[in-house]
Design a protein around this ligand. Structure first.
Ligand SMILES: [Zn+2]
Length: 110
């Protein structure tokens, strides 16, 4: 079969394409067709609008979801997904707190 990402011909038993490292789609279906949300969009948005450091941590976990899924590590992918979601939530809370503090400081200085 062929890699759906780069078109490289790969072994039918391969889980990951040896050329580009992406999960081979045909094999991924065999892994119980697991759907684990990677929260990547939320992670990127929280990085832009809230806190850079916490956002980067959530992006790291979000990217681990797809990596672990490609390796067939469903439990690991779910764990990374849960951590990514937790960091995004914490990041949004921190972002809101910072905005509130900013408003209070601005109001106090007027
Ligand atoms: Zn490939």
């Amino acid at each position: 079969m062929f890699c759906s990402t780069c078109g490289n011909q790969v072994n039918d038993n391969a889980v990951v394409c040896p050329k580009c490292g992406c999960a081979v789609s045909g094999r991924q279906m065999d892994n119980g067709n697991a759907q684990v949300p990677n929260h990547m969009v939320g992670a990127i948005l929280s990085t832009i609008f809230c806190c850079l450091i916490g956002g980067i941590v959530s992006i790291v976990y979000a990217s681990q979801v797809n990596t672990k899924l490609a390796q067939g590590d469903i439990a690991g992918a779910q764990e990374a997904s849960r951590k990514a979601n937790g960091w995004i939530t914490a990041n949004v809370v921190i972002g809101i707190v910072l905005v509130v503090i900013n408003i209070i400081v601005t109001a106090a200085s007027m």
